[in-house]
Design a protein around this ligand. Structure first.
Ligand SMILES: [Zn+2]
Length: 518
């Protein structure tokens, strides 16, 4: 392994970052390239840096061909693109890709070719930010938002939008323009806290509990981020890791970045295939872990504040792995506030304070269970009563016993009507036909209802069903077979429908008059 030395900012002509001198180390034999590149961008050298002055070295309207290369916009960006159809996407870079003199306006200009906007990597999403023209302050064209950024080989590419058909060059947006860039710090800070937190919790699981991390995802949706483990940790292990991580955080444990020349070392499997002739960055958590990663990590874990792993493990398939959810730092405070608001809201609905919610909920669930049991008993009694009522309504017409009942209930519960039949004893002599209906009576409205026809033989029931279709003029739609016909009321039962059912039963039984009663 090559000898390492503490970086001397003067050797690299680095801006005067306020960073611990021993945060970053480079190989002793390192000779800086004549330009910045991904791996040693300002945002990677000093993750606390929020703004930077730089100079545009490449500016090009994005073409369809460029969109198919590495770094094409992700799903969310496509949505944004659709919303901003009146804008065209441009790529802007700040690395000095040509001879220094090509853009130089001063002797020390080389130090300005750099970026404070991280172009995604190591599981950390890209930064967003704002670019401002130093010479156009106060004009409509003085600044532009950086929607996203990505890595193309060694270069960091920034994506911005200008109005379709416009000429940004006419407004000062040209190669060589001096630009002040600001990173969206709230977004970056969130990314860094979750990312650095993931390094920590994965390290504790791996080194102290022999449970390796297989993958992870930093959430950008407001939900917790997750880590996939090779085996499911127990409740005790999760509790241990949470405590251990917070102890390490509270100790202000240092994080350091050791940079190696890529050619000097075996390439880590996680290094992208198109990243060549760059550097390998080893992220070290003092006395705990060393891991190659290109993301931005704060020099002290104290920056994380606190870390929490949510109870519960989700078994994931193909390949099998165990997922745990976690949240770190400011997002943990927000998560706690959201959880508290939810508990408070539940307490208000249950009319009790948060400490009594569990007991109150237990009482409600027991009450619900008791009510369900009582409803079952009452339902059975009610069905039996309706069955007696149905039997009492039977009248003989042309040798057929016909009868009906109606429930004024706002329901389409055919099941209840069917239950009545279970308690109903049909006449033992001759044919019979019965109509069971339910629904509130209303001349207008959509309160609904249902009708169930049944009888001693299928032909009789079928005939009655056909008569329902004709007499109700499409207000009841249904069908059936095997001695049953059921239909749904479109709209509501009307006042005269009771007589209409009587008429249908009579006609089905063979009487061709129009009686008002049986
Ligand atoms: Zn990392």
């Amino acid at each position: 392994m090559a000898a390492v030395t503490v970086i001397n900012p003067n050797v690299l002509n680095l801006p005067p970052y306020r960073l611990p001198q021993d945060y970053l180390t480079l190989p002793e034999n390192y000779h800086p390239k004549p330009r910045r590149f991904v791996g040693l961008l300002a945002c990677q050298m000093d993750p606390t840096l929020r703004s930077l002055d730089s100079i545009i070295t490449r500016m090009e309207k994005k073409t369809a061909e460029m969109a198919t290369t590495k770094g094409k916009p992700k799903k969310a960006d496509k949505k944004a693109q659709a919303a901003a159809s009146e804008a065209e996407e441009w790529e802007i870079e700040f690395e000095d890709t040509g001879p220094p003199s090509a853009y130089s306006t001063g002797s020390d200009i080389d130090t300005l070719f750099d970026s404070v906007i991280f172009p995604e990597g190591g599981g950390q999403p890209y930064d967003t930010g704002v670019l401002s023209l130093q010479t156009k302050k106060g004009t409509d064209w003085d600044s532009v938002k950086v929607d996203s950024a990505f890595r193309r080989k060694l270069d960091a590419v920034h994506l911005v939008r200008f109005p379709t058909g416009s000429d940004p060059a006419a407004h000062g947006w040209v190669v060589g323009a001096e630009v002040h860039m600001e990173v969206d710090w709230a977004r970056r800070k969130y990314h860094m806290q979750q990312h650095t937190g993931q390094h920590l919790l994965s390290a504790v699981f791996e080194h102290e509990l022999k449970n390796e991390t297989l993958g992870w995802q930093l959430s950008t949706s407001g939900q917790p981020s997750y880590v996939d483990m090779e085996r499911a940790p127990s409740e005790e292990e999760i509790a241990y890791v949470v405590q251990r991580c917070n102890d390490i955080i509270q100790n202000g444990t240092r994080v350091r970045v050791n940079v190696r020349l890529e050619s000097d070392h075996e390439r880590p499997g996680t290094l992208p295939e198109d990243y060549r002739d760059g550097v390998i960055r080893y992220i070290t958590i003092d006395n705990l872990d060393v891991n190659p990663c290109c993301g931005t990590h704060h020099p002290s874990l104290a920056f994380l504040g606190s870390l929490f792993i949510f109870p519960g493990v989700t078994a994931m398939s193909g390949p099998p792995r165990s997922r745990i959810n976690f949240v770190v730092g400011d997002a943990l405070t927000k998560s706690l506030a959201t959880a508290h608001a939810l508990v408070k809201d539940v307490g208000l609905q249950l009319e009790c304070g948060p400490p009594d919610i569990n007991e109150r909920l237990g009482q409600l669930l027991k009450g619900k269970k008791d009510a369900t049991r009582r409803e079952k008993v009452l339902r059975a009694e009610s069905c039996a009563a309706y069955a007696i009522q149905l039997a009492a309504s039977l009248k003989e017409i042309n040798g057929v016993h016909v009868g009906k009942i109606h429930r004024e209930e706002e329901s389409t519960d055919v099941e209840f009507l069917t239950s009545i039949l279970h308690s109903f004893t049909p006449p033992s002599d001759g044919k019979w036909l019965a109509a069971l209906s339910s629904g509130p009576i209303s001349a207008s409205g959509t309160l609904g209802g249902c009708l169930l026809l049944t009888g001693s033989d299928d032909a009789l029931v079928k005939k009655a069903g056909e008569l329902v279709k004709v007499n109700f003029e499409g207000r009841i739609k249904g069908g059936g077979g095997k001695g049953k016909w059921q239909g749904k009321v479109i709209g509501s039962w009307h006042k005269g429908d009771d007589a209409l059912v009587d008429q249908i039963l009579s006609e089905a039984a063979g009487r061709h008059s129009c009686p008002t009663s049986l």
